[in-house]
Design a protein around this ligand. Structure first.
Ligand code: LLP
Length: 386
């Protein structure tokens, strides 16, 4: 089954471009809103997944908050009109100017990853006569079944505060005059489809909360981060992730204290399936054993296959001819600039349009101008005639 694209409109556009099907985005957001309300969860959309202003604008209009990991993302969130009260600022290495931006903007919470960072935030908040709301990001040492480059919650990871040092960090945190400890933050990785992984995280959070109880400490919120995966193999059959199953798992497993709120930071699950990278075939090249389809898009527009050996469904949307196998590659001077080997495509010719699917998350935001390539534009379904 192939995706449905406005081919006649595409034919007049310069390639490559990121195509966003806003109906898919809106139906994803409709469901996310419904399930978040039903399960009483605060959602901070992870801006790193897609920071296109138009996409941010649509997400903001649903009343979600945002999870930012840099000064640039904070600025993008402010510009898109996300209220400061819905902004969280994470990241293992926040620069002073970025911390100041968050403090000046009165954001809801800094997700803090180390004692030195706590001390800098305390000092800079003090200089502004403010108190910073802080959640400690704890490394729960929970394994996630995903690519090791995108697991974050295990012991050798650079992220978070280790369980072993938590007591000591709490002691320091509670003494800092310009810090208010308001939450605990976790994130175990990305593209997680096994609900057991999230259940494991919840079990660990429960243990940590018991530890806090013993210290007579209460935090207002628990933030479980992002990580819910999408179906890269069947973007049309499963365009919207199972938010209900995910949230019910969290609600069932987590033991919250009275008055405590539950927060999540989904990124990929919100935007992946609304995006496709549309590219034109430059050449068909016969190799010794295989036939190459050489596209005008490469790892500069979508780095996920090169970086994580990630699978993305690839379709020739111009051809209905019999299928055969091709190696689909980009034009960049790197052997890893390959979108897929032995990909089954309808017979492909120079000039055909190729859709690389599920690129709404970590596609456009991870683009580079390596080889001095210009940035590919974004095209939105609402602007095209079908
Ligand atoms: N919260 C924190 C603290 C995170 O580190 C991340 C992602 C998220 C939320 C959002 O996670 P999501 O719901 O999107 O899984 N570039 C990689 C993914 C890196 C994810 C980094 N952190 C990729 O293309 O697969």
């Amino acid at each position: 089954m192939k995706g449905c694209f406005p081919l006649s409109s595409f034919n007049s556009l310069r390639t490559p471009f990121y195509y966003y099907d806003l109906d898919v985005l809106r139906s994803t957001l409709d469901l996310l809103r419904k399930e978040a309300d039903r399960n009483e969860m605060e959602v901070h959309y992870a801006v790193k997944a897609n920071a296109n202003p138009r996409i941010l604008d649509i997400i903001r209009a649903y009343g979600f908050g945002a999870d930012c990991v840099s000064g640039g993302e904070l600025q993008a969130a402010f510009q898109a009109g996300f209220p400061a009260s819905g902004l969280v600022f994470a990241g293992v290495g926040k620069a002073d100017w970025e911390i100041d931006l968050g403090l000046e903007g009165n954001i809801f919470c800094f997700n803090v990853e180390s004692v030195p960072e706590l001390e800098v935030i305390d000092q800079r908040a003090g200089a502004m006569g403010k108190k910073a709301g802080v959640a400690l990001r704890i490394n729960p040492n929970v394994q996630a079944d995903t690519h090791h480059y995108i697991t974050t919650g295990v012991n050798d990871s650079k992220f978070g505060i280790s369980l072993q040092s938590l007591d000591e960090v709490l002691d320091i945190c509670l003494k800092l005059p310009h810090i208010e400890l308001i939450g605990l933050h976790f994130h175990i990785g990305s593209q997680i489809t096994e609900m057991d992984n999230f259940a494991g995280l919840c079990a660990r959070v429960n243990e940590i909360q018991n530890l806090l109880d013993r210290r007579r400490l209460f935090v207002q919120h628990i933030n479980l981060g992002g990580g819910l995966g999408v179906d890269y193999h069947y973007p049309d059959q499963v365009p919207v992730p199972d938010f209900a199953g995910y949230m019910q798992t969290l609600r069932r497993m987590l033991v919250l204290r009275p008055g405590q709120s539950l927060h999540i930071e989904p990124g990929r699950s919100v935007v992946a399936q609304c995006g496709s990278l549309i590219s034109k075939v430059l050449y068909i090249k016969k190799g010794l054993q295989n036939e190459f389809v050489i596209l005008d898009a490469g790892m500069t527009e979508l780095i996920r296959p090169a970086l994580y050996q990630a699978y993305h469904k690839i379709e020739n949307i111009s051809s209905e001819e019999p299928e055969q196998k091709y190696d689909v590659v980009g034009p960049i001077c790197e052997s890893s600039d390959c979108f897929g080997k032995q990909v089954v495509l309808n017979k492909t010719r120079r000039g055909d349009l190729i859709a690389i699917r599920s690129t709404g998350a970590y596609g456009e935001t991870m683009a580079s101008n390596y080889n001095l390539r210009p940035k590919a534009p974004a095209v939105f379904s609402d602007d095209l005639r079908c």
